[in-house]
Design a protein around this ligand. Structure first.
Ligand SMILES: Cc1ncc(COP(=O)(O)O)c(C=O)c1O
Length: 468
Protein backbone atom coordinates (compact mmCIF):
# COMPACT_ATOMS: atom_id res chain seq x y z
CA UNK A 1 0.00 0.00 0.00
CA UNK A 2 1.39 3.39 -0.95
CA UNK A 3 0.42 6.13 1.45
CA UNK A 4 -1.64 9.04 0.20
CA UNK A 5 -1.25 12.21 2.27
CA UNK A 6 -4.71 13.56 1.42
CA UNK A 7 -6.60 10.51 2.67
CA UNK A 8 -7.00 9.27 6.22
CA UNK A 9 -4.84 6.25 6.90
CA UNK A 10 -7.59 3.91 8.08
CA UNK A 11 -9.48 4.58 4.82
CA UNK A 12 -6.39 3.70 2.87
CA UNK A 13 -6.14 0.40 4.75
CA UNK A 14 -9.86 -0.19 4.12
CA UNK A 15 -9.40 0.42 0.40
CA UNK A 16 -6.32 -1.72 0.24
CA UNK A 17 -8.19 -4.69 1.73
CA UNK A 18 -11.12 -4.23 -0.67
CA UNK A 19 -8.70 -3.93 -3.55
CA UNK A 20 -6.85 -7.12 -2.61
CA UNK A 21 -10.13 -9.01 -2.34
CA UNK A 22 -11.23 -7.76 -5.74
CA UNK A 23 -7.90 -8.75 -7.26
CA UNK A 24 -8.53 -12.22 -5.90
CA UNK A 25 -5.47 -12.07 -3.62
CA UNK A 26 -7.71 -12.83 -0.66
CA UNK A 27 -10.71 -14.99 -1.50
CA UNK A 28 -13.99 -15.47 0.33
CA UNK A 29 -13.55 -17.16 3.72
CA UNK A 30 -9.74 -16.64 3.64
CA UNK A 31 -8.12 -15.55 6.88
CA UNK A 32 -6.51 -12.11 6.74
CA UNK A 33 -3.04 -11.41 8.13
CA UNK A 34 -3.17 -10.29 11.75
CA UNK A 35 -3.71 -6.65 12.73
CA UNK A 36 -0.20 -6.58 14.10
CA UNK A 37 1.32 -7.96 10.87
CA UNK A 38 -0.54 -5.52 8.62
CA UNK A 39 0.28 -2.58 10.88
CA UNK A 40 3.94 -3.51 10.61
CA UNK A 41 3.73 -3.95 6.86
CA UNK A 42 1.97 -0.60 6.31
CA UNK A 43 4.05 1.18 8.94
CA UNK A 44 0.93 2.44 10.71
CA UNK A 45 -0.39 2.12 14.23
CA UNK A 46 -2.27 -1.09 15.10
CA UNK A 47 -5.34 0.96 16.01
CA UNK A 48 -5.45 2.30 12.46
CA UNK A 49 -5.67 -1.21 11.03
CA UNK A 50 -8.18 -2.19 13.69
CA UNK A 51 -10.40 0.78 12.81
CA UNK A 52 -10.33 -0.21 9.12
CA UNK A 53 -11.11 -3.84 10.00
CA UNK A 54 -14.03 -2.81 12.20
CA UNK A 55 -15.45 -0.72 9.41
CA UNK A 56 -15.00 -3.61 6.97
CA UNK A 57 -16.79 -5.82 9.45
CA UNK A 58 -19.66 -3.33 9.77
CA UNK A 59 -19.92 -3.37 5.99
CA UNK A 60 -19.93 -7.19 6.16
CA UNK A 61 -16.90 -7.40 3.90
CA UNK A 62 -14.97 -9.11 6.72
CA UNK A 63 -16.22 -11.20 9.59
CA UNK A 64 -14.62 -12.28 12.84
CA UNK A 65 -14.32 -15.81 14.15
CA UNK A 66 -13.87 -16.05 17.90
CA UNK A 67 -10.23 -15.55 18.72
CA UNK A 68 -9.17 -16.69 15.22
CA UNK A 69 -9.02 -13.28 13.59
CA UNK A 70 -10.61 -11.58 10.59
CA UNK A 71 -11.88 -13.49 7.54
CA UNK A 72 -13.12 -12.44 4.08
CA UNK A 73 -16.92 -12.49 3.92
CA UNK A 74 -19.00 -14.02 1.10
CA UNK A 75 -18.29 -12.60 -2.33
CA UNK A 76 -21.92 -11.51 -2.73
CA UNK A 77 -21.58 -8.97 0.09
CA UNK A 78 -18.64 -7.23 -1.53
CA UNK A 79 -20.68 -6.96 -4.69
CA UNK A 80 -23.66 -5.49 -2.86
CA UNK A 81 -21.40 -3.05 -1.05
CA UNK A 82 -19.73 -1.88 -4.18
CA UNK A 83 -21.79 1.27 -4.62
CA UNK A 84 -20.99 2.56 -1.17
CA UNK A 85 -17.39 1.55 -0.73
CA UNK A 86 -15.25 4.47 0.39
CA UNK A 87 -12.68 3.51 -2.19
CA UNK A 88 -11.50 6.52 -4.12
CA UNK A 89 -9.84 4.02 -6.46
CA UNK A 90 -13.14 2.82 -7.84
CA UNK A 91 -14.78 6.24 -7.83
CA UNK A 92 -11.85 7.76 -9.64
CA UNK A 93 -11.91 5.14 -12.33
CA UNK A 94 -15.44 5.37 -13.59
CA UNK A 95 -15.36 5.80 -17.34
CA UNK A 96 -16.57 9.39 -17.43
CA UNK A 97 -13.99 10.41 -14.82
CA UNK A 98 -11.21 8.90 -16.87
CA UNK A 99 -12.52 10.59 -20.00
CA UNK A 100 -12.30 13.95 -18.31
CA UNK A 101 -8.55 13.60 -17.81
CA UNK A 102 -6.91 15.75 -20.49
CA UNK A 103 -4.37 13.55 -22.25
CA UNK A 104 -2.10 13.84 -25.24
CA UNK A 105 -2.35 10.06 -25.75
CA UNK A 106 -5.99 9.25 -25.44
CA UNK A 107 -6.48 5.48 -25.38
CA UNK A 108 -9.42 5.48 -22.98
CA UNK A 109 -12.12 6.86 -25.27
CA UNK A 110 -13.94 4.30 -27.42
CA UNK A 111 -15.00 7.23 -29.53
CA UNK A 112 -14.26 8.13 -33.09
CA UNK A 113 -11.46 10.65 -33.74
CA UNK A 114 -13.48 13.75 -34.73
CA UNK A 115 -10.91 14.30 -37.47
CA UNK A 116 -12.19 11.15 -39.20
CA UNK A 117 -15.75 12.45 -39.55
CA UNK A 118 -16.82 14.34 -42.68
CA UNK A 119 -17.09 17.59 -40.73
CA UNK A 120 -16.90 19.93 -43.67
CA UNK A 121 -19.94 18.32 -45.26
CA UNK A 122 -22.09 18.41 -42.15
CA UNK A 123 -22.88 22.13 -42.56
CA UNK A 124 -24.37 21.36 -45.99
CA UNK A 125 -26.77 18.90 -44.38
CA UNK A 126 -27.70 21.35 -41.66
CA UNK A 127 -28.50 23.98 -44.29
CA UNK A 128 -30.48 21.44 -46.31
CA UNK A 129 -32.58 20.59 -43.25
CA UNK A 130 -33.54 24.23 -42.77
CA UNK A 131 -34.37 24.55 -46.48
CA UNK A 132 -36.59 21.47 -46.38
CA UNK A 133 -38.10 21.98 -42.92
CA UNK A 134 -38.01 25.72 -42.19
CA UNK A 135 -40.02 25.26 -38.97
CA UNK A 136 -37.88 22.45 -37.63
CA UNK A 137 -36.90 24.34 -34.49
CA UNK A 138 -40.46 25.46 -33.84
CA UNK A 139 -41.82 22.05 -32.93
CA UNK A 140 -41.28 18.96 -30.81
CA UNK A 141 -40.57 15.65 -32.43
CA UNK A 142 -43.09 12.86 -32.11
CA UNK A 143 -42.04 11.22 -28.77
CA UNK A 144 -41.44 7.89 -30.47
CA UNK A 145 -39.27 9.56 -33.11
CA UNK A 146 -39.72 11.43 -36.35
CA UNK A 147 -42.10 9.54 -38.68
CA UNK A 148 -39.88 9.98 -41.72
CA UNK A 149 -36.81 8.70 -39.87
CA UNK A 150 -38.62 5.66 -38.49
CA UNK A 151 -39.96 4.89 -41.95
CA UNK A 152 -36.43 5.13 -43.37
CA UNK A 153 -35.09 2.85 -40.62
CA UNK A 154 -37.83 0.32 -41.21
CA UNK A 155 -36.84 0.05 -44.90
CA UNK A 156 -33.13 0.02 -44.04
CA UNK A 157 -33.50 -2.90 -41.60
CA UNK A 158 -35.47 -4.89 -44.13
CA UNK A 159 -32.99 -4.22 -46.92
CA UNK A 160 -29.85 -4.72 -44.82
CA UNK A 161 -30.76 -7.55 -42.45
CA UNK A 162 -33.92 -8.95 -44.03
CA UNK A 163 -36.05 -8.38 -40.98
CA UNK A 164 -39.22 -6.41 -40.94
CA UNK A 165 -39.94 -3.99 -38.11
CA UNK A 166 -42.86 -1.65 -38.52
CA UNK A 167 -42.53 2.02 -37.58
CA UNK A 168 -44.52 1.25 -34.42
CA UNK A 169 -41.81 -1.16 -33.33
CA UNK A 170 -39.12 1.52 -33.52
CA UNK A 171 -38.20 4.15 -30.95
CA UNK A 172 -35.62 6.86 -31.58
CA UNK A 173 -33.55 7.69 -28.49
CA UNK A 174 -30.96 10.32 -27.68
CA UNK A 175 -28.03 7.94 -28.00
CA UNK A 176 -27.70 4.26 -27.11
CA UNK A 177 -26.96 5.12 -23.51
CA UNK A 178 -30.42 6.61 -23.14
CA UNK A 179 -31.88 3.47 -24.66
CA UNK A 180 -30.13 1.32 -22.02
CA UNK A 181 -31.34 3.64 -19.31
CA UNK A 182 -34.98 3.63 -20.52
CA UNK A 183 -34.96 -0.15 -20.83
CA UNK A 184 -33.49 -0.54 -17.35
CA UNK A 185 -36.09 1.84 -15.95
CA UNK A 186 -38.98 -0.03 -17.53
CA UNK A 187 -37.74 -3.58 -16.97
CA UNK A 188 -35.91 -3.66 -13.66
CA UNK A 189 -37.36 -3.70 -10.16
CA UNK A 190 -34.91 -3.31 -7.27
CA UNK A 191 -33.24 -6.66 -6.44
CA UNK A 192 -34.16 -8.22 -9.79
CA UNK A 193 -31.36 -10.42 -11.03
CA UNK A 194 -30.00 -9.51 -14.42
CA UNK A 195 -27.12 -10.88 -16.48
CA UNK A 196 -24.38 -8.90 -18.16
CA UNK A 197 -21.25 -10.06 -19.92
CA UNK A 198 -17.96 -10.11 -18.03
CA UNK A 199 -16.41 -7.74 -18.94
CA UNK A 200 -18.96 -5.28 -20.29
CA UNK A 201 -19.51 -1.63 -21.18
CA UNK A 202 -18.91 -0.07 -17.80
CA UNK A 203 -21.58 2.62 -18.06
CA UNK A 204 -24.19 -0.12 -18.49
CA UNK A 205 -23.09 -1.56 -15.13
CA UNK A 206 -23.48 1.90 -13.56
CA UNK A 207 -26.96 2.27 -15.06
CA UNK A 208 -28.18 -1.17 -13.95
CA UNK A 209 -26.82 -0.57 -10.44
CA UNK A 210 -28.69 2.68 -10.25
CA UNK A 211 -31.97 0.75 -10.63
CA UNK A 212 -31.03 -1.64 -7.85
CA UNK A 213 -30.36 -4.71 -10.02
CA UNK A 214 -28.56 -7.70 -8.64
CA UNK A 215 -26.00 -8.13 -11.41
CA UNK A 216 -24.54 -11.49 -12.35
CA UNK A 217 -21.67 -11.68 -14.84
CA UNK A 218 -21.44 -14.18 -17.71
CA UNK A 219 -17.95 -14.52 -19.09
CA UNK A 220 -17.39 -13.70 -22.73
CA UNK A 221 -14.33 -15.07 -24.51
CA UNK A 222 -12.97 -14.89 -28.08
CA UNK A 223 -15.44 -17.60 -29.15
CA UNK A 224 -18.41 -16.39 -27.17
CA UNK A 225 -20.03 -17.65 -23.96
CA UNK A 226 -19.86 -20.86 -22.02
CA UNK A 227 -23.43 -21.87 -22.86
CA UNK A 228 -23.75 -24.40 -20.06
CA UNK A 229 -22.74 -21.71 -17.56
CA UNK A 230 -25.26 -19.37 -19.15
CA UNK A 231 -28.03 -21.95 -18.97
CA UNK A 232 -27.14 -22.63 -15.34
CA UNK A 233 -27.58 -18.92 -14.54
CA UNK A 234 -30.83 -18.69 -16.48
CA UNK A 235 -32.25 -21.77 -14.79
CA UNK A 236 -31.18 -20.92 -11.26
CA UNK A 237 -31.38 -17.13 -11.12
CA UNK A 238 -34.31 -16.60 -13.50
CA UNK A 239 -32.84 -13.28 -14.66
CA UNK A 240 -35.09 -10.52 -15.88
CA UNK A 241 -32.75 -9.66 -18.73
CA UNK A 242 -29.38 -10.33 -20.28
CA UNK A 243 -27.58 -7.25 -21.61
CA UNK A 244 -25.25 -8.24 -24.47
CA UNK A 245 -22.97 -6.50 -26.94
CA UNK A 246 -22.17 -9.53 -29.11
CA UNK A 247 -20.60 -7.85 -32.13
CA UNK A 248 -17.12 -6.33 -31.77
CA UNK A 249 -17.88 -6.20 -28.10
CA UNK A 250 -16.81 -3.30 -25.92
CA UNK A 251 -14.26 -3.69 -24.31
CA UNK A 252 -12.92 -6.97 -25.77
CA UNK A 253 -13.65 -6.68 -29.51
CA UNK A 254 -14.94 -10.31 -29.46
CA UNK A 255 -17.84 -11.45 -31.64
CA UNK A 256 -20.32 -14.14 -30.62
CA UNK A 257 -20.69 -16.81 -33.37
CA UNK A 258 -23.95 -17.54 -35.17
CA UNK A 259 -24.65 -20.87 -33.47
CA UNK A 260 -24.47 -19.23 -30.07
CA UNK A 261 -26.73 -16.39 -31.23
CA UNK A 262 -29.41 -18.92 -32.16
CA UNK A 263 -29.01 -20.84 -28.93
CA UNK A 264 -29.24 -17.62 -26.93
CA UNK A 265 -32.66 -16.94 -28.40
CA UNK A 266 -33.80 -20.47 -27.50
CA UNK A 267 -32.60 -20.00 -23.92
CA UNK A 268 -34.27 -16.61 -23.69
CA UNK A 269 -37.57 -18.15 -24.76
CA UNK A 270 -37.22 -21.15 -22.48
CA UNK A 271 -36.40 -19.10 -19.38
CA UNK A 272 -38.42 -16.01 -20.31
CA UNK A 273 -35.42 -13.75 -20.15
CA UNK A 274 -35.32 -10.58 -22.26
CA UNK A 275 -32.15 -10.14 -24.31
CA UNK A 276 -31.03 -6.54 -24.80
CA UNK A 277 -28.70 -6.54 -27.80
CA UNK A 278 -26.57 -3.39 -27.97
CA UNK A 279 -24.99 -3.13 -31.41
CA UNK A 280 -23.09 0.13 -32.00
CA UNK A 281 -19.96 -1.25 -33.76
CA UNK A 282 -21.53 -3.55 -36.37
CA UNK A 283 -20.48 -1.49 -39.40
CA UNK A 284 -16.85 -1.15 -38.27
CA UNK A 285 -15.62 -4.49 -39.61
CA UNK A 286 -12.12 -5.07 -40.98
CA UNK A 287 -12.18 -8.32 -42.90
CA UNK A 288 -15.70 -9.61 -43.37
CA UNK A 289 -19.18 -8.61 -42.25
CA UNK A 290 -20.12 -9.90 -38.79
CA UNK A 291 -22.96 -12.41 -38.22
CA UNK A 292 -26.50 -11.07 -38.32
CA UNK A 293 -27.87 -9.49 -35.13
CA UNK A 294 -29.33 -11.86 -32.52
CA UNK A 295 -32.52 -9.93 -33.06
CA UNK A 296 -32.93 -11.48 -36.51
CA UNK A 297 -33.23 -15.00 -35.01
CA UNK A 298 -35.98 -14.01 -32.61
CA UNK A 299 -39.58 -14.84 -33.42
CA UNK A 300 -41.22 -14.51 -30.00
CA UNK A 301 -40.23 -10.94 -29.11
CA UNK A 302 -37.64 -11.76 -26.45
CA UNK A 303 -34.86 -9.75 -28.08
CA UNK A 304 -34.73 -5.97 -27.97
CA UNK A 305 -32.26 -4.41 -30.35
CA UNK A 306 -30.41 -1.13 -29.77
CA UNK A 307 -28.53 0.35 -32.67
CA UNK A 308 -26.46 3.41 -31.79
CA UNK A 309 -24.78 5.65 -34.35
CA UNK A 310 -22.42 7.68 -32.17
CA UNK A 311 -19.49 5.48 -33.07
CA UNK A 312 -19.31 6.28 -36.74
CA UNK A 313 -21.94 8.81 -37.78
CA UNK A 314 -21.70 11.45 -35.06
CA UNK A 315 -21.54 11.25 -31.27
CA UNK A 316 -22.84 14.85 -31.20
CA UNK A 317 -26.15 14.09 -32.92
CA UNK A 318 -27.14 11.61 -30.18
CA UNK A 319 -29.18 9.25 -32.36
CA UNK A 320 -29.96 5.59 -31.68
CA UNK A 321 -32.89 3.38 -32.58
CA UNK A 322 -34.50 0.72 -30.39
CA UNK A 323 -36.29 -2.14 -32.15
CA UNK A 324 -38.80 -3.83 -29.90
CA UNK A 325 -41.65 -6.22 -30.65
CA UNK A 326 -42.19 -6.72 -26.97
CA UNK A 327 -45.35 -5.28 -25.34
CA UNK A 328 -42.86 -3.17 -23.43
CA UNK A 329 -42.78 -0.59 -26.25
CA UNK A 330 -45.79 1.22 -24.73
CA UNK A 331 -43.94 1.71 -21.43
CA UNK A 332 -40.77 2.67 -23.20
CA UNK A 333 -42.55 5.50 -24.99
CA UNK A 334 -43.93 6.76 -21.68
CA UNK A 335 -40.44 6.63 -20.14
CA UNK A 336 -39.05 8.47 -23.14
CA UNK A 337 -41.69 11.18 -22.88
CA UNK A 338 -40.82 11.66 -19.21
CA UNK A 339 -37.09 11.74 -19.96
CA UNK A 340 -37.01 14.38 -22.71
CA UNK A 341 -40.30 14.43 -24.61
CA UNK A 342 -38.59 13.20 -27.77
CA UNK A 343 -35.13 13.45 -29.31
CA UNK A 344 -34.25 16.77 -30.95
CA UNK A 345 -36.07 16.99 -34.29
CA UNK A 346 -33.22 18.96 -35.82
CA UNK A 347 -30.76 16.16 -34.96
CA UNK A 348 -33.08 13.52 -36.36
CA UNK A 349 -33.52 15.37 -39.64
CA UNK A 350 -29.78 15.96 -40.07
CA UNK A 351 -29.23 12.26 -39.40
CA UNK A 352 -31.96 11.30 -41.86
CA UNK A 353 -30.44 13.27 -44.71
CA UNK A 354 -26.89 12.18 -43.99
CA UNK A 355 -27.16 8.53 -42.92
CA UNK A 356 -29.09 7.33 -45.94
CA UNK A 357 -26.93 9.29 -48.41
CA UNK A 358 -24.32 7.85 -50.75
CA UNK A 359 -21.71 10.07 -49.11
CA UNK A 360 -22.25 8.19 -45.86
CA UNK A 361 -21.40 4.88 -47.53
CA UNK A 362 -18.20 6.33 -49.01
CA UNK A 363 -17.28 7.74 -45.60
CA UNK A 364 -17.92 4.42 -43.89
CA UNK A 365 -15.66 2.50 -46.19
CA UNK A 366 -12.83 5.05 -45.69
CA UNK A 367 -13.41 4.91 -41.96
CA UNK A 368 -13.01 1.12 -41.87
CA UNK A 369 -9.67 1.40 -43.63
CA UNK A 370 -8.46 4.21 -41.33
CA UNK A 371 -9.42 2.30 -38.18
CA UNK A 372 -7.93 -0.93 -39.46
CA UNK A 373 -4.61 0.87 -40.02
CA UNK A 374 -4.70 2.33 -36.51
CA UNK A 375 -5.41 -1.08 -35.03
CA UNK A 376 -2.50 -2.55 -36.99
CA UNK A 377 -0.14 0.17 -35.76
CA UNK A 378 -1.19 -0.37 -32.16
CA UNK A 379 -0.75 -4.13 -32.45
CA UNK A 380 2.61 -3.77 -34.16
CA UNK A 381 3.88 -1.60 -31.30
CA UNK A 382 2.55 -4.05 -28.72
CA UNK A 383 4.11 -7.05 -30.45
CA UNK A 384 7.40 -6.55 -28.61
CA UNK A 385 5.76 -7.02 -25.21
CA UNK A 386 4.55 -10.10 -23.37
CA UNK A 387 1.07 -8.53 -23.14
CA UNK A 388 -1.71 -10.72 -24.54
CA UNK A 389 -4.81 -9.93 -26.59
CA UNK A 390 -7.00 -11.41 -29.30
CA UNK A 391 -6.93 -9.34 -32.46
CA UNK A 392 -10.50 -8.12 -33.10
CA UNK A 393 -12.29 -8.35 -36.44
CA UNK A 394 -13.75 -4.88 -35.95
CA UNK A 395 -14.71 -2.23 -33.42
CA UNK A 396 -12.56 0.27 -31.58
CA UNK A 397 -10.65 -1.47 -28.81
CA UNK A 398 -8.02 -4.02 -27.80
CA UNK A 399 -8.56 -5.92 -24.56
CA UNK A 400 -5.10 -6.60 -23.22
CA UNK A 401 -4.00 -8.91 -20.45
CA UNK A 402 -1.02 -7.49 -18.58
CA UNK A 403 1.77 -9.63 -17.16
CA UNK A 404 1.15 -11.12 -13.76
CA UNK A 405 2.19 -8.85 -10.93
CA UNK A 406 1.86 -5.60 -12.85
CA UNK A 407 -0.29 -3.20 -10.80
CA UNK A 408 -2.66 -1.74 -13.36
CA UNK A 409 -3.89 0.99 -11.00
CA UNK A 410 -0.30 2.17 -10.54
CA UNK A 411 0.26 2.01 -14.28
CA UNK A 412 -2.80 4.20 -14.83
CA UNK A 413 -1.63 6.76 -12.28
CA UNK A 414 1.85 6.93 -13.81
CA UNK A 415 0.42 7.04 -17.33
CA UNK A 416 -1.83 9.97 -16.46
CA UNK A 417 1.26 11.82 -15.24
CA UNK A 418 2.67 11.24 -18.74
CA UNK A 419 -0.55 12.51 -20.29
CA UNK A 420 -1.74 9.08 -21.38
CA UNK A 421 -5.01 7.35 -20.46
CA UNK A 422 -6.54 3.90 -20.88
CA UNK A 423 -9.42 2.05 -19.21
CA UNK A 424 -8.52 -0.33 -16.37
CA UNK A 425 -10.37 -3.64 -16.80
CA UNK A 426 -11.66 -3.55 -13.23
CA UNK A 427 -14.37 -1.01 -14.08
CA UNK A 428 -15.68 -3.18 -16.91
CA UNK A 429 -16.28 -6.11 -14.59
CA UNK A 430 -19.38 -6.34 -12.48
CA UNK A 431 -17.38 -8.28 -9.90
CA UNK A 432 -14.62 -5.66 -9.86
CA UNK A 433 -12.04 -8.30 -10.72
CA UNK A 434 -10.22 -8.43 -14.05
CA UNK A 435 -7.63 -6.23 -12.43
CA UNK A 436 -4.89 -7.38 -14.76
CA UNK A 437 -6.67 -6.31 -17.96
CA UNK A 438 -6.75 -2.98 -19.72
CA UNK A 439 -8.74 -1.60 -22.62
CA UNK A 440 -6.79 0.31 -25.24
CA UNK A 441 -8.78 2.22 -27.78
CA UNK A 442 -7.26 2.84 -31.20
CA UNK A 443 -10.16 4.90 -32.55
CA UNK A 444 -9.51 8.29 -31.00
CA UNK A 445 -5.76 8.88 -31.25
CA UNK A 446 -4.17 9.39 -34.65
CA UNK A 447 -1.48 7.13 -36.11
CA UNK A 448 1.46 9.13 -34.78
CA UNK A 449 -0.10 9.41 -31.33
CA UNK A 450 -0.72 5.66 -31.28
CA UNK A 451 2.86 4.88 -32.17
CA UNK A 452 4.41 7.31 -29.66
CA UNK A 453 1.78 6.68 -26.99
CA UNK A 454 2.12 2.90 -26.99
CA UNK A 455 5.89 3.20 -26.76
CA UNK A 456 5.39 5.54 -23.80
CA UNK A 457 2.94 3.13 -22.18
CA UNK A 458 5.38 0.25 -22.51
CA UNK A 459 8.18 2.38 -21.09
CA UNK A 460 5.95 3.48 -18.18
CA UNK A 461 5.07 -0.12 -17.36
CA UNK A 462 8.76 -1.12 -17.50
CA UNK A 463 9.56 1.67 -15.03
CA UNK A 464 6.94 0.47 -12.57
CA UNK A 465 7.87 -1.61 -9.61
CA UNK A 466 6.19 -4.98 -9.82
CA UNK A 467 4.04 -6.08 -6.90
CA UNK A 468 6.06 -8.04 -4.33
C1 LIG B 1 -21.48 -0.83 -26.05
C2 LIG B 1 -21.91 0.61 -25.97
N1 LIG B 1 -23.22 0.90 -25.83
C3 LIG B 1 -23.65 2.16 -25.75
C4 LIG B 1 -22.78 3.22 -25.80
C5 LIG B 1 -23.32 4.62 -25.69
O1 LIG B 1 -23.46 5.18 -26.96
P1 LIG B 1 -24.16 6.57 -27.24
O2 LIG B 1 -23.07 7.57 -27.40
O3 LIG B 1 -24.94 6.35 -28.50
O4 LIG B 1 -25.04 6.90 -26.10
C6 LIG B 1 -21.41 2.98 -25.94
C7 LIG B 1 -20.46 4.08 -25.93
O5 LIG B 1 -19.28 3.93 -25.67
C8 LIG B 1 -20.97 1.64 -26.02
O6 LIG B 1 -19.68 1.34 -26.17
Amino acid sequence: MRKNASKELYKQVYDYVVHQIKRGEWKEYDKLPSVRALAKEFKVHRLTVLKAFQLLKEDEILYVKDKSGYFVGPEKVLKENEGRTISTYVENNHLSTIHQVPAAYQFSKALIDPGLLPNKYFSEYVKKVFDLYPKVLGTYSNVQGDDELRYAFSSYLLKTYRFYASQDELLITSGAQQAIDLLAKTLIQPKDTILVERPTYSTAIDIFRQYGANIVGVEIGPSGYDLSELEHYMKNYRPRLFYVNPTFHNPTGYTVPVVQRKRLVELAEEYKCVIIEDDPFRDIYFKGKPPLPIYTFDTEGYVIYIRGFSKYVSPGLRIAVVVCKHPLMKNLIIAKSLADNGTSLLDQKIFLLYFFSERMQIHLSKLRTALYLRKEIMERELNDTSWKWTSPGGGFTLWVEMPEGLAVDQLLKSSIKHSLTFVPGIICDTQGRMGSWIRLSYSYANEEQIQKGIRLLIQTSNDLKYFD
